[in-house]
Design a protein around this ligand. Structure first.
Ligand code: BES
Ligand code: ZN
Length: 613
């Protein structure tokens, strides 16, 4: 589909026309030039027995082309039962529809034809158990072991697997929903959740603010709620509710600090939904209700930058949205930057810089493994599924670009620029080209002689990192390095390492930088001293297992089996499977995977299946 120039104000501001060029969302069939949905009304039953959502969705339509009578929607693996439409004068009719053959990436184009331009179209359908955007968990896969659980993950192009929709971030809808479930199950959505406090299996939701379809989300399970502050609270299975509240009770402080820096939070409440450990991501910024992996509940708040990240999306992503998935860095780069600013405000500069340095080191390592064209901020998908181009480039290269600008212009100039950008594009979607036009007028040319447009273009359109990219360093990490060298050279024992005041960040820096040819004696010394194989912090355990697999250290295998079987977060398992395969442990990895696979989300299954092919 084509994306129309969205911002006449840009043209009026006299900006160059290059950024006004239409962009193409190659991942959607939607014919936005003809017609757009302005509101969705869902009526769905959550059927755990058949692992399906079943019911109907109504689209309220706005016609852009007076000649068109056709609505094209995205679907994947949906059964479409019947399509009805209401004419402008109020009568209901049956509509003709065709569901095209399934494209591996985009799914099946659903073409609906009307006799006259419909006001509302109602589609009766059901999702299938294999829906790429849903996970259906049996009771044994949950914390409670007593109730089933289901949740959606629509980003990037999975909303279409549970909802026939114009599945492109270039457009926005408001929505309302009625969701029915078994009586002892509570459903929640990325919407106003106040109706769910009374558990009766029949819930109503309202999302009065326009959001892109990838942000429509649902979860259902044995959920309880506990408030953390007037504006924030947590939905979780009772078994993990208290620990989650204790871990994340800085959420209100994070909101308050972000309001002060970037303008008021636009969405009313901000709640968290704790998902089962099989959630393939760390978090997902579903508006008003971020979805969160339980693997960040470490007991010491060491991984709460994840909450800062998902919260930051309330400005960059949910309010100001990438127009296509090639512009993902506009969501994730800005969010990684804002996330770190929030961490600095709430936890101090030292911690924020450690997190920058860890991420930058991760990026530099990953850059060596990615094809050069995919190391550009403005991605070229060339027909691929956005999931297949996923990497830390849009995140950390994007963040480093913004840190670069912050360093050059100073916060006194850069912070107002970011705030004004969020104001200007609030509730809109923009392409990278539009961003380039905006930054040229509002930062680069406004303060001439500081950063050139060539430099901006290098960051955004060229592969790799510019030679003058920021290289965040941390004093705390320098001390870790000194101690590590002494230990490696035998001048210190493991017991003499200054770990007493190490945070998880220092541990991660330590483990990530140890050589992959350590002797078994050295590995054993570390494990005996610090019990790393039994680490309860999922990130620290991951870093140790990566080191141990690289070094052929055997005693981890039972614990690694438990890690891989118990967690579905791709970031914490995929690199381990890869490393096991390249380090001669393919058979062992495959036997673990065979056992773990049924518990993984369809997205994680897809990624790991490909590794064993
Ligand atoms: N929006 C992303 C998750 C995502 C991105 C899903 C692209 C599908 C396609 C979410 O905000 C995210 O970035 N999560 C990270 C958090 C981390 C960077 C703190 C994750 O899951 O690891
Ligand atoms: Zn994100």
């Amino acid at each position: 589909m084509k994306i129309k120039p969205l911002f006449l104000s840009l043209a009026m501001a006299g900006m160059c026309s290059q950024a006004m060029a239409n962009a193409v969302d190659q991942n959607s069939y939607a014919n936005l030039d003809d017609v757009v949905t302005t509101h969705l009304s869902l009526d769905l039953d959550v059927d755990f027995d058949d692992k399906q959502l079943e019911g109907f969705v109504e689209h309220t339509l706005k016609w852009n082309n007076s000649k068109s009578k056709t609505l094209v929607l995205d679907t994947r693996d949906l059964d479409i039962d019947k399509v009805m439409y209401q004419t402008q004068t109020g009568s209901w009719h049956k509509a003709k529809f065709t569901l095209a053959n399934r494209d591996d990436v985009k799914g099946s184009k659903l073409t609906i034809e009307f006799k006259s331009q419909a006001k509302i179209v109602r589609i009766y359908y059901n999702s299938r158990p294999e829906a790429s955007g849903l996970q259906w968990l049996t009771p044994t896969q949950t914390a409670s072991k007593t109730h089933p659980f289901m949740y959606s993950q629509s980003q990037a192009i999975h909303a279409r697997s549970w909802l026939p929709v114009q599945d492109t971030p270039a457009m926005r809808v408001t929505y309302s929903a009625r969701i029915t479930t078994p009586k002892d199950i509570r459903a929640v959505m990325s919407a106003d959740n106040k109706d769910v406090l009374y558990k009766d299996g029949d819930y109503h939701f309202e999302m009065p603010q326009a959001i892109s379809p990838y942000l429509i989300a649902i979860g259902a399970g044995n959920l309880e709620f506990k408030a953390m502050s007037h504006q924030t609270g947590i939905f979780a299975e009772p078994e993990i509710l208290e620990a989650s509240v204790a871990e994340f009770n800085d959420t209100q402080a994070m909101i308050d600090k972000t309001n002060a820096m970037y303008g008021d939070y636009a969405w009313g409440r901000y709640d968290l939904l704790m998902l089962p450990p099989s959630f393939p991501f760390g978090g997902m910024e579903n508006p008003r209700l971020s979805f969160i992996t339980p693997t960040v509940v470490a007991g010491d708040k060491s991984l709460v930058n994840l909450i800062a990240h998902e919260l930051a999306h309330s400005w960059s992503g949910n309010l100001v949205t990438n127009a296509t998935w090639e512009d993902l860095w506009l969501n994730e780069g800005f969010t990684s930057y804002v996330e770190n600013r929030i961490m600095e405000e709430v936890f101090g500069r030292d911690r924020a810089v450690m997190e920058q340095a860890l991420d930058a080191a991760g990026l530099r390592a990953q850059l060596k493994t990615i094809d050069a064209p995919d190391t550009r901020l403005n991605l070229k998908l060339n027909g691929r599924d956005p999931d297949d181009a996923f990497s830390s480039v849009p995140y950390t290269k994007g963040q480093l670009f913004l840190i670069y600008l912050e360093n050059k212009f100073g916060r006194d100039k850069f912070d107002p620029f970011v705030k004004t950008y969020f104001d200007e594009f609030a509730f809109k979607s923009l392409t990278t080209a539009q961003f380039v036009t905006y930054i040229e007028a509002n930062l680069i040319n406004r303060y001439p002689g500081i950063v050139s447009m060539d430099k901006v273009n290098e960051w955004i359109f060229e592969p790799g990192l510019p030679t003058d990219a920021p290289n965040p360093t941390s004093d705390a990490f320098d001390k870790v390095d000194t101690a590590t060298t002494a230990w490696l050279q035998g001048a210190k024992t493991a017991a003499q390492l200054p770990i007493a005041n190490w945070t998880v960040h220092e541990w991660l820096h330590f483990l990530n930088n140890l050589p992959r040819d350590l002797s078994i004696e050295k590995m054993t010394e570390l494990d005996d001293e610090f019990n790393l194989t039994q680490s309860t912090n999922a990130e620290r355990a991951f870093a140790w297992y990566m080191l141990a697999v690289g070094n052929g250290y055997q005693p981890i295998y039972p614990a690694l089996d438990a890690h891989l079987s118990g967690i579905g977060r791709r970031k914490l398992i995929v690199p381990l499977y890869k490393s096991l395969i390249t380090n001669g442990k393919k058979d062992w990895a495959q036997s673990v995977y065979l056992k773990a696979r049924p518990g993984y989300h369809p997205l994680a299954q897809g990624t790991i299946d490909a590794l064993f092919e």
